[in-house]
Design a protein around this ligand. Structure first.
Ligand code: GAP
Length: 495
């Protein structure tokens, strides 16, 4: 299914590999004419529901490049890293926590090692590789199932024994070492290496460093949130699964500030998990594909009190979609220490000052977009003819309505269709298509997820002034007067 989605995205202009004419650049993507609409509709829906339709949340748009001290205080400079391992022979680089190895044991004796990259079939791959090795060295006796161990747990004496996944030969893998994921850049007139600036790896810190600006300038009272949508950059060691893990992506994050106290946060945390789940379903994600991963104590950062991820069953496995973390007052405290500026809040009701705690729902736009494609992708048959369609929720569909004159060589028919298009396109993003057989035009609209088509035919101009409204998912058609059409669409497309 992933291959079909990636193919459809390129063919119909949703998503392209970035810099494709130069051979592409791994981990970067460009959004085409339909992709940019889909992405914007997702962001607009989030902004409307998260910010504009709530009284307790305000918006922010902070800079991508911030003072280098921001990343020192937040801990990103010292700790935002993944363990990496290089293969000196192939020059390929892997994440050490995604590289697994195991001893090949025949009749109780170790005859060598195998290695595999993390994926749903890695145990099978390792057992097959072990069988091959046994045959190659001509070992006799029972082969034990391979016990896979993550490379970060390897004993240093084993590094030279573990084969590279690239070459199958041992001796070329380096020991794991930490690799900071932030992209460095220089800001004039900073010239020392110690003055490096960074592209932000998350939007959240822009919110924390503006906490005082927002509380001083807006009449917000706890509990309240600050929300932001914006690009984030991470030099991921192994970007993969299309737009799921890329090096440049966009986040929608909201920091919800609450009073301190261990009896306070659980209620808010629960509410935000539910809010996020319901919101995903409201824009068309399949509820049966959404799961939950509650982090155990061992998986939490030391300052974090709890974290629940909403997961999604992508074709390549169940993966994190939206993290809802309870971050305590860690970030504000660190920025207060780092800047020397008070980030305390005066609680008028309690008549006390404190640094608020925070619940952080943080999600990637690109991951939601991929989940909407997976949820919407469908194939069926209409009158014995196969069709592939995207059942996008109308709120996020790139085009809401297509206006189709039955033929293009009839002046009256074309001008009526133009009139309908002019009216509708002032309200919704519409597409005008007069080329080809109308059945083919319906299929084109189905494939890009346009929920409604309006057809203007001979009867419209010669008989009843009515048009045909066709529904994408059921392919049913109804005849409506223009007044009825405009009213019906208004009901269906008003969110
Ligand atoms: N401020 C908290 C934070 O950034 P995170 O779990 O690292 O937390 C939040 O990121 C969300 O951003 C993830 O749940 C995911 O949806 C998205 N995300 C993170 N890294 C990504 C990447 N390399 N490519 C695409 N989306 C990513």
């Amino acid at each position: 299914m992933m291959n079909e989605i990636v193919g459809l995205c390129k063919r119909r202009g949703f998503i392209f590999q970035s810099s494709e004419i130069y051979g592409g650049i791994n981990g970067f993507f460009d959004y085409g004419p339909l992709g940019v609409e889909l992405r914007k509709n997702i962001k607009d829906a989030w902004w409307q529901d998260m910010v504009q339709r709530r009284e307790d949340i305000v918006g922010l748009d902070s800079a991508i490049i911030q003072h280098p001290q921001v990343w020192k205080s937040s801990g990103h400079l010292d700790g935002f890293s993944d363990p990496m391992v290089d293969c000196k022979a192939s020059k390929l680089r892997y994440r050490a926590d995604q590289l697994f190895y195991g001893k090949v044991i025949v009749a109780g004796e170790v005859i060598g090692y195998v290695s595999v990259l993390e994926d749903a079939t890695m145990q099978d791959q390792a057992d097959k590789a072990a069988k091959k090795l046994k045959k190659k060295v001509g070992a006799e006796g029972d082969l034990s199932p391979v016990e896979l161990v993550v490379y970060t747990k390897a004993d240093p004496s084993e590094y030279v024994l573990i084969p590279s996944p690239a070459t199958g030969e041992a001796g070329s893998l380096t020991p794991p070492r930490e690799f900071n994921l932030m992209f460095k850049t220089q800001v004039f007139p900073m010239t020392n290496a110690s003055d490096n600036a960074y592209l932000r790896p998350e939007t959240a810190q822009g919110i924390f460093i503006n906490f005082k600006n927002v509380t001083d300038s807006s009449r917000v009272k706890l509990p309240f949130g600050i929300a932001q949508i914006g690009k984030a950059f991470r030099n991921e060691i192994t970007p993969r699964n299309f737009i799921f893990r890329s090096r440049e992506f966009e986040q929608m994050e909201m920091e919800y500030f609450i009073p301190p106290g261990d009896d306070v946060w659980p209620k808010y945390h629960k509410e935000w998990i539910e809010w996020c789940r319901n919101w995903l379903i409201s824009i068309g994600l399949r509820a049966d594909l959404i799961g939950e991963d509650v982090h155990g104590e061992g998986d939490l950062a030391h300052y974090s009190k709890a974290c629940t991820d909403l997961t999604f069953h992508f074709p390549f496995g169940e993966q994190e979609l939206w993290g809802i973390a309870v971050r305590g007052n860690y970030d504000l405290t660190k920025h207060q220490e780092g800047s020397g500026k008070s980030l305390e809040y005066f609680d008028e009701a309690q008549k006390e000052k404190y640094i608020p705690h925070v619940i952080e729902p943080a999600v990637g736009v690109d991951r939601i977009l991929l989940a909407t494609l997976v949820s919407a992708f469908a194939e069926d048959e209409i009158n014995g003819e196969k069709r592939s369609l995207l059942k996008f929720h109308p709120r996020i569909a790139p085009y809401k309505v297509a206006v189709l004159p039955l033929v293009k060589n009839k002046e009256e028919l074309m001008s009526k269709a133009r009139e309908v298009f002019e009216y509708l396109s002032k309200r919704y993003h519409c597409f005008f298509d007069a080329a080809g057989a109308v059945g083919r035009r319906y299929r084109r609209m189905d494939e890009i997820g346009t929920p409604y088509c309006v057809t203007i035919d001979f009867d419209t101009i010669e008989k009843d002034q009515k048009v045909t409204l066709r529904d994408r998912d059921s392919a049913t058609q109804v005849r409506l007067s223009l007044d009825e059409l405009y009213k019906t669409l208004d009901e269906k497309l008003n969110f």
